[in-house]
Design a protein around this ligand. Structure first.
Ligand SMILES: *[C@@H]1O[C@H](CO)[C@@H](O)[C@H](O)[C@H]1NC(C)=O
Ligand SMILES: *[C@@H]1O[C@H](CO)[C@@H](O)[C@H](O)[C@H]1NC(C)=O
Ligand SMILES: *[C@@H]1O[C@H](CO)[C@@H](O)[C@H](O)[C@H]1NC(C)=O
Ligand SMILES: *[C@@H]1O[C@H](CO)[C@@H](O)[C@H](O)[C@H]1NC(C)=O
Length: 369
């Protein structure tokens, strides 16, 4: 009897110690990552972001198109749409991408890309894919402040002049110190590069409206089920982010038009293409102003529907990092190089825009601090 009581007491004491130890260990493990985050250098952060890109060679290289890339085959592109060689009905090309972090007192990132995908594409008749030479270098994640905005329109027409303009991302703010090594012609409408080597173009169509939810009287543009399509000069590109960047599909792609889930609600479809396992802060690209582009999810797992400015940028953490987030509302990825302001009206070149903008808690803290 006494032995059993002693045993029970021992068990209780042991359990209490075990719980206490677990609590202490969890507190330590919560504490350590915070410590290391604070001490991670900009160069290390850049290397981490660069490692998410599907690079094919380490850079910088003299000329990305002259390098050996990764061979891609696709039997759905034809002699007129194939960006490489077509043999026995199989189109073969090379995907080439180098993303390099350059250390120094200011960390820079260089993106060199031939802008060809690592997967098939479904393209409208008369359009084609063509190898490009995209090459730019920019300050990585430059420091920006909510109190010093690149754009702060106070009327809807002033907002339209900024975000409803396909050429508004030709140049980045001076704080980004953007250097374009390739010709402006192939870079002017490029807003950034996706991790899968598909350029992200400015959100607008050539007639300066939302390509997918345009105002009445404008045509809806055709894309494939990876939500990409080629421009008239052969630049295959995104306007809206797709999970294909994170996990490229194999085999033929369909067009969005013939895929009911896509054609009926392309923004909702875009969201559904991101793997549910990746509902966390996930890099999907880099903007030409040096800011990171993330999936539609925050570190908390919450989907981003607010806290973004007119450019689709957000101050998303307590140390002032600013990035663009994929969203289901225009401008979907990035509409201008921010930070922008938070007006109580939206742009008129879309039927799927924000009607007002609100600061994130971190932006609000910075604005008041
Ligand atoms: C880069 O290489 C490609 C393919 O070898 C060549 O056609 C092009 O002229 C080169 N560009 C420059 C700027 O050297
Ligand atoms: C892909 O499309 C091509 C051209 O339409 C067709 O010949 C081929 O059989 C398709 N492949 C598959 C796996 O469906
Ligand atoms: C990167 O540059 C900084 C500042 O010049 C320097 O302190 C740091 O040691 C460098 N890091 C590496 C890994 O070279
Ligand atoms: C911009 O970047 C270039 C290339 O690295 C550098 O030479 C130049 O000093 C930088 N300019 C500024 C203002 O930082």
């Amino acid at each position: 009897m006494l032995g059993k009581v002693a045993l029970a007491i021992c068990a209780i004491i042991f359990t209490v110690f075990a719980i206490a130890a677990t609590v202490v260990l969890s507190l330590i493990s919560l504490y350590i990552p915070n410590q290391s985050v604070a001490s991670i250098s900009a160069y290390q952060t850049c290397l981490t972001v660069a490692s998410k890109f599907a690079t094919t060679i380490s850079g910088p290289v003299a000329n990305i198109t002259a390098t050996t890339g990764v061979t891609v085959t696709c039997s759905q592109l034809t002699s007129s749409s194939c960006p490489g060689s077509l043999v026995n009905g199989i189109c073969t090309w090379q995907r080439k991408l180098a993303v390099t972090c350059i250390n120094g007192s200011t960390v820079r990132i260089r993106v060199q890309s031939n802008a060809l995908p690592g997967r098939c594409a479904s393209v409208p008749p008369t359009t084609f894919l063509k190898e490009q030479n995209i090459d730019f270098e920019v300050n990585f994640n430059p420091t920006v402040n909510v109190n010093s905005q690149t754009h702060s329109p106070t009327t809807q027409s002033a907002l339209d002049d900024i975000v409803c303009s396909i050429t508004n991302q030709q140049y980045a703010p001076s704080g980004s110190n953007l250097t374009s090594y390739s010709s402006v012609a192939s870079l002017g409408t490029v807003a950034g590069m996706s991790i899968d080597n598909v350029p992200i173009l400015n959100v607008n169509s050539a007639v300066d409206v939302d390509p997918f939810y345009p105002p009445a009287g404008y045509a809806v543009e055709t894309v494939d089920t990876c939500l990409a399509h080629p421009q008239t000069n052969g630049v295959y590109h995104y306007h809206m982010a797709s999970g294909c960047a994170v996990s490229p599909p194999t085999g033929n792609l369909s067009s969005c038009t013939t895929t009911p889930a896509c054609s009926s609600d392309i923004a909702g479809y875009a969201l559904s293409t991101f793997p549910s396992s990746a509902k966390k802060l996930t890099v999907i690209g880099i903007a030409k102003d040096g800011h990171v582009i993330y999936e539609p999810y925050l570190a908390s797992g919450n989907i981003v529907t607010s806290g973004i400015d007119i450019c689709n940028g957000m101050f998303y953490d307590s140390i002032g990092n600013y990035a663009y987030f994929a969203t289901t509302k225009y401008p979907y990825v990035t509409g201008c190089f921010g930070p922008g302001n938070y007006p109580s009206f939206g742009p008129s070149c879309t039927t799927n825009g924000q009607s007002s903008y609100t600061m994130s808690v971190h932006a609000a803290a910075q604005a008041n601090g």
